[in-house]
Design a protein around this ligand. Structure first.
Ligand code: ATP
Ligand code: MG
Length: 314
């Protein structure tokens, strides 16, 4: 069966800034219609540059971008009208009201005024009570909601969220996740960048990892978790062991002698050979104090691929 054409197709995208800094080095990426795609990468990896190139804010040095059937270079207005962008930086017309700025955004992309749509967007973002407030008077979280409302005002089919939840409170993050799911339900394709790996783990259908301007991996989240995931079974003993019994080479003993563990790498099956370890423990007459199993997370996978945990970066 032929797969449907991607809603966004990026080929050979390269960007070298005037400073000589190469931010993107030949990126190829196809985004499927209706998916939630999370782009993960450390600071300076090129995430915002990639989004900027798609949205016409950054001029590519080379490459081609087609958004919802429109070439971003040749057919910019049509391409851009399909795209909503929630930028990483808070920058908007501070002295306008919420209502005026969101309606203006809609008009900017050639959409006919539709106060019903704008009202729905503002209500969904809990901004309706603030519609007449001047943006500069709002809190940081409320300003971020306004940026989202602006991005949705013209009913885009592709929505970019560049670090949407960086520095926002728990409530806004929860609202944001709910909104992303609702939009996906309406058929909107969502591409988000995040430093919160648990967010990608929770939200994404597919995950791309970018490092130093190169996509180092693009994969279904489930497949990624299964391929790189590890399951560790640990058995705590009532009395410590001095050494592992002979022939237990695949089992690890903790330094204090109280914990036996086995690790199953790769494979999606999930469970290490728990039964075999239990049998051996029972045969050896060891008494069990407790049992734990742990799965490696996307965080571990990310560290393995990129080499630095996200929160340790400057
Ligand atoms: N306008 C610019 N002029 C020169 N260099 C830039 C410019 N914007 C970004 N860069 C450089 O390009 C590289 C990629 O930056 P970019 O902002 O795309 O990364 P990012 O992945 O979004 O990072 P972060 O997670 O910090 O937002 C960095 O080395 C950055 O310093
Ligand atoms: Mg960025």
């Amino acid at each position: 069966m032929d797969s449907p054409p991607p809603i966004l197709s990026i080929t050979g995208l390269t960007k070298t800034y005037a400073s000589g800094q190469t931010a993107l080095a030949g990126v190829d990426l196809s985004i499927r219609r209706g998916e939630i795609f999370a782009l993960l990468g450390p600071n300076g990896a090129g995430k915002t540059t990639l989004i900027g190139a798609v949205c016409g804010l950054v001029r590519p040095s080379a490459g081609r971008i087609v958004a919802d059937g429109h070439d971003v270079e040749r057919d910019f207005r049509a391409a851009r009208s399909r795209i909503g962008l929630v930028p990483q930086e808070l920058a908007t017309d501070m002295f306008e009201t919420v209502w005026a700025t969101v309606n203006f955004s809609r008009g900017l992309f050639g959409r006919r005024a539709d106060s019903g749509h704008v009202e729905r967007v503002l209500r969904e973002l809990s901004l309706w009570e603030k519609k007449d407030a001047v943006i500069s008077s709002l809190s940081g979280g409320m300003k971020r909601r306004v940026l989202i409302a602006k991005a949705l005002a013209h009913e885009p089919t592709i929505l970019f969220l560049d670090e949407p939840t960086a520095g926002v409170d728990v409530e806004l993050r929860r609202d944001m996740w709910a909104m992303v799911r609702r939009l996906r339900g309406q058929g909107v394709t969502i591409i988000l960048t995040t430093h919160y790996i648990e967010e990608a783990e929770e939200m994404a259908d597919r995950i791309g990892i970018i490092n130093r301007g190169r996509l180092v991996l693009v994969e279904e989240k489930e497949a990624l978790m299964a391929r790189f995931g590890r399951t560790r079974l640990s058995i705590n003993l009532k009395a410590p062991l001095v050494a592992l019994p002979p022939g237990w080479g695949d089992v690890e003993l903790s330094a204090d002698g109280t914990t036996l563990s086995v690790v199953q790498a790769g494979a999606g099956a999930g469970e290490p050979d728990i039964a075999a370890l239990f049998r051996r423990v029972a045969a050896a007459g060891l008494e069990i104090a407790g049992v734990t199993t742990t799965r490696s997370s996307l965080e571990d996978i990310f560290v393995e691929l990129v080499g630095t945990p996200a929160e340790d970066l400057p």
